[in-house]
Structures are given as C-alpha cells and as structure tokens.
Write a new protein. Structure first.
Lengths: 360, 360
C-alpha cells in the first residue's frame, strides 16, 4: 500500500494506492471520521463489478450504504444528472454529516464531486476511481464539474475529496481501449514534469501494458505524486502553475467537441493534442524535433492515436476560444521545451495554429 | 463611509456601508482588481431604480457591464434560473477573470453567488444588496444557494464575495413591508449577541423606523459586525458557532414552507420563529418570561407578526426534519438564555414542541 498526502491546509487528504483493497473502503471512511449514510454514486456496469463488495465493506464498518446509479457515459455529465442525484439525496434524507463515494471513472468522479460540493452547501466525499484515467488524473485535485451544451466542464467547483482510494485490481475489468486511453495522462506527467519517469515508461512499456502489479503501482503512484505536487502549489488554478496539467488538453478538448465526443476517448484526444502541442513547439523553435519524436513514438507504441482527423480550422479556433482556460480572450497553450519541462505560451498568431492544424 | 473587514484568510473582504455611493461601484471593483466583463444580475424592478447608475459607474471605471435580469421573487430561486444565467454567461463569453454583481435582495444575492461559485469553477462576485434583509444578513458570509422543491437552500455552496457594498440610500425605494421584514434580522443580532444593541433598538425605534441616516448606518454596521464576527469563527457552519444565526429560522423555515412562501416574507416568518423559540426557552426554564416579553414587544412595535398561523403539528415536524440544519436526525434549536446570549439545544422531546406550537 502506498500513501501520498495532498497538503492543502484544512483540505488536505491522502491518496491510497493498493491492490485488492476495495474491500477496505469502510475502514477508510471510518479512519477519516465518516459515519451514517453513504451514497455510492456509480453506473450500472461498475456497480455490477464492485458495488456489492463496497456495500458489504461499508456495512461491516457500521455505515449505511445507499447505491445511486446514473447512466453510463460522458453525455450524462450534465446538470440534469446532478439534479437527479439531489432528488435522491433529499428523498433519502441525507444530512450534512452524510457522505458520497464516487465509484467509477472520470465522469462519475466529476459529477459526484460536484453533487457533494453543492448539496447542503457541501458534504464530504471520497473518490474510488476504477479507470486508469480517473486514478492518475481526475480523482485527484478537487476539480469537479459537469458539461454545458456549449463546452466541457463549464459548470463546476473546486471541492477536494477527503480520500482517494485507488485499487489497481479494478483495472483488470477495464476494457483495453480505456486502459490505453488512460496511459495518455501518464505520458503527460513525464513530459510536463519528470524526464526520469518518461524514460521509465519507454523502458518498461511491455510490463505496463501487460499490467504487471509493480509497474501499475509505480506509474500510478508517480503520476499522483506529480499531480498532487502541482495541485498543492495552485489549488484553484490561478497562478498558472496548475495550467501545465492542461498540456495536450486545449487541442484535445477542441478535437472532442468537433467530433461530438464520439470518435475519441478523452485520453485519445489528449494524445493527439500532445502531439499537436509538441509539433507547435518545434515549429516555434521552443523544443527539439527529437523530443517531439520521442513523445509521438511513445504514444504510438502504447497504441494511442497521434494523427489528427480532418478539422475545420475556424471552427476549431472558435471552440478553443470558448474553452474555459481562455484568459483575456487569448488562448494559452502549454508547450514542451524538453521532456520534463513545459511552458505556458499565449503569444500565438493565428497563422501558427493554422499551420500546425494543416500539417498534422 | 464605514468599512468592516471580514477576516477569512485569502477569502477576506470588506463590507462598505455608505450613503448614495452606488455611483462608486466601478471604483470599488477597480480597487479589488476586477476588470473586463461584469455581469449585473438583477430583477426588472431593481434594474429600473439602480441599473443605469451602476452601468455608468462601471463604464466610467473602464469595465464592460452586461445586465442579466431574472424574474422577481423567491419562487424563481431555482436551478432553472441559475441555468439561464449560465447560458447567458457562456454566450457572452465570460471568462475566469470576468465577474458578477448581485444587485438586489436576498434572492438575487443567493442565486448570483451560486452562479459565481459554479461558473468555470468560480468567478469573482460582489454584493450590492438593496433590501434591509440582504444588507444585514444574506449578503455577508458567503452562503449561496437555490431552493429545491422539497426545501429551501438545499443546493448551494460556501463562496465569499470579494466586497459587499451597502448603499443605505437604496432603502428609500424599498416597500415599507420589506423594510419592516428586514428589521427581524436586526433584532435577531441583539438577541443572539449584544444586549446593548437590543437596548439601542428599543430606545431609538422611532428614528430607525423613520429611516434617519445615522440610525440606519448604525444598525446596519452593528448587524454586519456581529455577523462578520460569527462567520469568521465558523465560515462553513461546522463548529456550531455559526448556527446561532439560525435563531428563529428553524421555526421560520417551517412556517414559510407550510404557507407555501406566500403568506409571510422571510423576515416575518423569522419574527414569529423567534417568538416561538423564546417561548420554548421559557417553557424549558432556560430564559426568563421578561426576556421573552421584551423580544415579542420589540417585534410588535416594529410592526412584525408575532402570532402563529394555525399549523399542523406533524407536518411542521416533518418539514423541520428536512431542514438542512438537522444533524444526526435530531433537530437543533437556537434558544435564548437572556437578551444577548443564545444556546444550541437539541434534547427536545416531541411534547415540548407540540406544546409550543399549540400555545402560540
């Protein structure tokens, strides 16, 4: 069992990374002082795999579990779904001491976190992420949100969980494509913050892709450490420090929006976005062609897409302008300087962007 | 001009109390570093009185004002209204550096604060309260919320404004009944925290009710000071300190719910609730009959209701159980020990409550 503390003053919490430990969920809730009613927010698929184990663990620790299922899929990441959760919590008489568990992937985590942030002005919640993407990214850092029809994550709150419980055993039930998509965020951490970790990924890719326990524990731990470190320095994404986590995401979000969230999984769009950002960096003489090549090759070896679908330039620009990371109406891009270091860049002219989109 | 600082670490802000100062709104925004787009959330009535003055003040300070009107009334304090605000902000391309102004009463303040808390995971907002109730209570302390059909304020967030600008001149346009209703919260501060202030209210009631400038400045300043002091010690309403602000409110909310938010204004329901709480305190030998009498007499002199409409006991109980202040399914009441001091009391048996409801 690995334990990483996210130091955020009175909002600090631990990330636990372990194997076959979902059965200890009840003890984790007790350890942080939660009791009474607990709402397990999940979808029917995840519920079938892990619901019963968690419920029994909670009962064993003297808690009162209730299962709240929501439909599976990003297109249900809406205020409407959150409203249904509110209705359920009200009818179950959830109180300010009651809590929620987000059991599932990133969508479940974002929705549950937002419901916890806004029900009775905030009740405690913990994350039990069951996808690689959620384990290394969305479950850590307190960003909660739902989508607006005009863009992703436009409605949300910063609201930290009280614990993140990562059971790597859950990854064995994950469809292969989902696992691969999650690897995009793992690669991202290497590029933005840690060349040694990037080397590790290059050198141990077979073990990782065959999901050897030690490799999984290592890549998830290192990813969470890097994310925790960044979040600690810029919890609310204001100083610009946290923005480096958006490497690959400004292009990625635009690709997802244009393709209607259907063609690509989030991690796949981010993989293409990282290649685009790296290519843009080369074009601007910020980064060597060699570094760009290493990023693209690693993503290719993992099995992630690295080629852009045909995009309409002006539509892409419009969507990126709407992206919530815009500031003073200039788009900010996170671009690599080398493997292990990125910079924020906003002095772009349209021609640069047009060229990178056309070149891909 | 009076200035009260609410000390909440990096969420600290000033409350400004002044006369004919709404025309300085732009300067206040500049002073706290806001620029660019500003959404003035208001209703058509308030907009007619003050909208133009604020817009011109903002333009004069180099800001870009947009007016977002929402329908007037508590029944529009819903997620639906907030959704309409989100849509407007998205279409106006509001960014993370853009801000909102809540221009109006408590409903406007609660809705605007919640929209600010949840749009792009939080944008800055300031409060410009134009009712006495909002000036002495809801605009200070960062409680934002909308109602759920099953109860008031069930959906919300703690999210502090960056400034509260109270122009007492706005009270001259306030309907008399609204002003009187707001006085209930002013009386509350005397009962829960300051006997000297309660004496002042008794002795200067004529000046207050005829809205003499000095009296208004004093009662608003003292009310805000007391509220700020309590909020500083218990920002998120967890230690129990902030709960004393709910004096009169547990009964008050039940009365509002049972009467469908139609018969009474919030302050009127709170006035009746305070009399009920005081009567309950006498019944439990916590408080003298004399103190109860002083509270009831002052409320009567102000012109507030102090008699209970016919209530169904079991329905009242059910509604109070749903109230968000419930904790471990026991109802907590704030009861006076004397003028200037209250305690939290939860060891009530149904018979006590039944008696106080029947006696009223």
């Amino acid at each position: 069992m690995q334990r990483i503390n996210v130091a955020l003053g009175d909002r600090s919490y631990d990330i636990i990374i372990c194997n076959e430990c979902i059965k200890d969920t009840g003890n984790h809730l007790s350890e942080i002082g939660l009791r009474g009613k607990v709402g397990i927010v999940t979808n029917p698929v995840v519920n079938r795999y892990f619901g019963r184990r968690i419920r029994e663990s909670l009962k064993g620790a003297g808690l009162k579990p209730f299962t709240i299922t929501i439909p599976n899929g990003e297109r249900y990441k809406t205020l409407k779904t959150v409203t249904n959760i509110y209705d359920k919590l009200v009818s179950l008489k959830f109180e300010r001491g009651s809590s929620l568990i987000a059991l599932g992937g990133g969508v479940i985590g974002d929705i549950t976190g937002f419901a916890a942030a806004t029900y009775l002005r905030g009740i405690p919640y913990i994350q039990v992420p069951t996808t690689l993407l959620a384990q290394v990214d969305s479950s850590v850092g307190g960003k909660t949100a739902v989508d607006h029809r005009k863009g992703k994550n436009l409605i949300g709150a910063f609201y930290q969980p009280q614990r993140v419980l990562i059971d790597i055993d859950t990854l064995h039930t994950l469809p292969r494509r989902e696992f691969i998509a999650g690897m995009a965020e793992v690669v991202k951490y290497g590029v933005i913050a840690d060349e040694v970790f990037f080397n590790y990924l290059e050198e141990n890719l077979n073990d990782i892709l065959s999901q050897k326990t030690d490799s999984l524990l290592h890549i998830i731990k290192r990813s969470c450490e890097i994310k925790a470190h960044i979040v600690e320095k810029d919890e609310r994404d204001v100083s610009g420090r946290r923005a480096i986590l958006n490497f690959g995401h400004t292009f990625g979000h635009a690709i997802e929006t244009i393709t209607g969230y259907k063609k690509f999984k989030h991690g796949e769009a981010v993989a293409i976005g990282m290649v685009m950002a790296a290519r843009l960096a080369v074009q601007l003489n910020l980064c060597s062609h060699h570094a760009y090549k290493r990023i693209k090759d690693l993503l290719n070896r993992i099995g992630l897409p690295t080629e852009l679908p045909k995009l309409n330039f002006s539509e892409t620009m419009k969507i990126m302008q709407h992206d919530k990371k815009v500031s003073e109406e200039k788009i900010k891009f996170i671009l690599p300087k080398r493997i292990g270091e990125v910079i924020s860049f906003s002095d772009l002219v349209h021609a640069d962007l047009k060229r990178v989109i056309e070149d891909m």
